[in-house]
Design a protein around this ligand. Structure first.
Ligand SMILES: C[S@@+](CC[C@H](N)C(=O)[O-])C[C@H]1O[C@@H](n2cnc3c(N)ncnc32)[C@H](O)[C@@H]1O
Length: 308
């Protein structure tokens, strides 16, 4: 089975404007599908490939065995430092393909999915200490409710948090199946709505465990700062929380002045760094939507660094 089908690979390559000798970053190499496509389009690129998941990197090194990328096992929040360590201070393009890969979801033991019963884990980087089991069994109800509400935007967040507390008093919540059954006690079983609630609660825990939104905010800003003039940044996001961060970061970086309108003479000295290339997010075409389920929720945004 394919490890992960890259989403909108052609569009990503076009927006990156690949050129021979250019330095490009795949911030989320996963199974290496996007990177392989980029090498096929322009074999002479210099590519640095990040992932925080060892399994992803080992798959990517197989996919890219005919090429010569530099693999970096790191959270992309450390992008700038990791590149500086390799004497790279300016780049020509960077891709972020956010979230988890199909492979990570399909591997039951990673604990990302409620379709298969497995230990509650959800860490992309297995060297991190915090896993979903700890959060679900040890966090106060208030904190659980906040996590579900903020990162899952589900209306049943408070009731689910309370039910978790009641159930864990009887016995510890060990598996994805245990958690799914607790959610079903509140949201019901079998309906579309209850399925959506399960998706949202699992998503919320995953985002929290991996600190995904903070990592994204840091990394986007760093990426914009190290792009060379004319360099491109391309982001594929899969839910509204991610997309909002990308949209707002690009919009802020595009503006010349960030002072409130009541201030007539600018005092912020903010200078526009970016030109946004996608006024609206680009979506997958009909053919891809049919071939790759994951592309259905994908939104692509791209921007170009300004300057001489
Ligand atoms: C959607 S998959 C990428 C798939 C890839 N584009 C391909 O074609 O196979 C996302 C990957 O990014 C990694 N990832 C997610 N957040 C990350 C972060 N903050 N730092 C580093 N890697 C991250 C995940 O481990 C996963 O392998």
């Amino acid at each position: 089975m394919e490890y992960h089908l890259p989403v909108m690979a052609k569009e990503c390559a076009e927006y990156l404007n690949l050129r021979a000798g250019g330095i490009y970053i795949d911030a989320t190499v996963g199974g290496g599908g996007h990177s392989r496509y980029f090498y096929e389009k322009e074999p002479e690129i210099r590519l640095f490939a990040f992932d925080q998941d060892d399994e992803a990197l080992s798959q990517a090194s197989k996919t890219l065995e005919n090429y010569n990328p530099v693999f970096i096992k790191s959270n992309f929040r450390h992008l700038r430092t990791e590149l500086a360590l390799r004497k790279i201070s300016a780049i020509d393009g960077i891709l972020f393909d956010l979230g988890v890969s199909s492979h990570q979801i399909d591997e039951a033991e990673r604990g990302f999915s409620f379709d298969k019963d497995a230990p509650l884990d959800m860490r992309m980087d297995r060297e991190n200490e915090l896993c979903a089991k700890q959060v679900v069994n040890e966090y106060e109800v208030r904190e659980l409710r906040r996590i579900f509400k903020e990162y899952g935007e589900d209306n049943l967040s408070a009731r689910i948090a309370r039910t978790i507390e009641e159930e864990r008093r009887k016995q510890s919540i060990e598996t994805t199946g245990d958690l799914a059954r607790i959610i079903e006690q509140v949201a019901g079983k079998g309906s579309k709505e209850s399925l959506k609630t399960k998706v949202r609660i699992f998503q919320a825990l995953r985002i929290y465990i991996n600190d995904e939104l903070n990592a994204l905010s840091f990394a986007l800003q760093d990426a914009i700062n190290i792009l060379a003039p004319g360099g491109r940044i391309v982001v594929l996001s899969y839910h509204s929380l991610e997309d909002r961060i990308v949209k707002n970061t690009f919009r802020t970086a595009e503006q010349d002045c960030l002072c409130p309108t009541s201030i007539i003479n600018c005092i912020c000295d903010h200078k526009s760094q970016l030109k946004v290339l996608t006024k609206r997010p680009v979506l997958a075409d009909k053919e891809e939507l049919q071939q790759n389920i994951r592309s259905r929720s994908a939104k692509l945004r791209a921007a170009e660094k300004k300057g001489e």
